[in-house]
Design a protein around this ligand. Structure first.
Ligand code: ADE
Length: 257
C-alpha cells in the first residue's frame, strides 16, 4: 500500500517511523510519504490560510497550495487498475465516523492520501475539485474537536496499517480483538495466577477449551452490554447462538427474535 500525508506540520507524523508501522515501512509492506503543504505555496511568506468569506472567527486554508500538493501526489500515483482513483481522506469532525469496518475497507486500497486541515478547515472548493482525481471521504475520529487532522491521521494510519498482510506477526491476534465480531474483547490475564490476593478466573486453568471459549464469549457479552449497549443493539441476531441469547437474557438484555 502507498500512503501520502499532506500537512503543515510534517514533524507531527514522526511517530509513524516507530513500532509496527515503522517496521512495515522498512520491510517495504507500506510506502508512506509525508509532504509539507508550505512547499506548494508560491509567495514569499509561504501563506496557507486567509480570512473566511462571509466573516466569522478563525482562518481558512487557501485552495491553491492544496491543489498543487494533491496534483503532485496524483502525478506519481500508480494504481494498477487505471480506472481506480486513489482515496482522499480528509480528517474532519464533520466527516463519517471512523471505525474498524472502515479500517478494513481502507486496508484494501492501493493508494490512500490524507489531507490534514488546520484552522477552521480547507476551502470547500478543494473537496469539490478533488472529486475529479480521488474518491473523497471526509472522516471523523469521533464526536469531539481536535486542532487539526494530524492526530486523526496517526490513529487511522495505525488502524489501517496493522491490517495489511505481514504487518502483524500472528494474524490470529486480529481475529479475537475488540470490534472484530461487533463485541468488545474479553479480559486477559498472565502469570502469576495469584497476584496481590487476586486470583484469575479458575476456568482459565481448567484446560477445558470449550468452557474457556464460553467464559470468554460471556465476558465479551457482559462487557459490551455494560460499556457499549449501542453495539449490542446493532448485533445481527444471526451472529448470536442460543447460549449467547441466554447470557444476554441473564444480563437483562433481550434481543428481538
Ligand atoms: N479534525 C478536527 N477534529 C477532528 C476529528 N474529530 N476527527 C478527525 N479530524 C479532525
Amino acid at each position: 500500500m502507498r500512503i501520502d500525508v499532506v500537512s503543515i506540520f510534517p514533524e507531527y507524523l514522526a511517530p509513524l517511523e516507530l513500532s509496527l508501522i515503522g517496521k512495515a515501512r522498512q520491510d517495504g509492506l507500506l510506502s508512506l510519504q509525508v509532504h509539507d503543504l508550505r512547499e506548494f505555496t508560491t509567495d514569499r511568506h509561504r501563506t496557507v490560510d486567509d480570512t473566511p468569506y462571509g466573516g466569522g472567527a478563525g482562518m481558512v486554508m487557501k485552495p491553491e497550495p492544496w491543489a498543487l500538493a494533491l496534483e503532485s501526489v496524483t502525478e506519481t500515483s500508480t494504481t494498477s487498475d487505471s480506472a481506480a482513483l486513489p482515496t482522499l481522506i480528509v480528517p474532519s469532525p464533520a466527516g463519517e465516523v471512523f471505525n474498524q469496518k472502515l479500517a478494513y475497507e481502507l486496508a484494501e486500497e492501493e493508494h490512500l492520501v490524507f489531507a490534514c486541515g488546520r484552522y477552521e478547515g480547507i476551502d470547500e472548493r478543494v473537496l469539490e475539485w478533488s472529486e475529479e482525481h480521488f474518491r473523497v471521504r471526509p472522516v471523523s475520529l469521533g464526536d469531539y474537536v481536535l486542532n487539526g487532522g494530524e492526530v486523526a491521521v496517526l490513529a487511522m494510519v495505525e488502524a489501517v496499517g496493522r491490517l495489511l498482510p505481514g504487518v502483524i506477526g500472528n494474524p490470529d491476534s486480529l481475529v479475537e480483538e475488540s470490534h472484530s465480531d461487533g463485541l468488545l474483547e474479553y479480559p486477559v490475564y498472565t502469570k502469576p495466577s495469584s497476584w496481590r490476593e487476586r486470583d484469575i478466573p479458575a476456568v482459565l486453568l481448567s484446560g477445558n477449551h470449550a468452557k474457556i471459549a464460553r467464559f470468554r464469549r460471556d465476558e465479551q457479552l457482559r462487557r459490551t452490554s455494560e460499556r457499549r449497549p449501542d453495539l449490542i443493539d446493532r448485533l445481527e441476531i444471526g451472529a448470536l447462538n442460543k447460549a449467547d441469547l441466554e447470557t444476554l437474557h441473564s444480563l437483562g438484555v433481550d434481543k428481538d427474535q
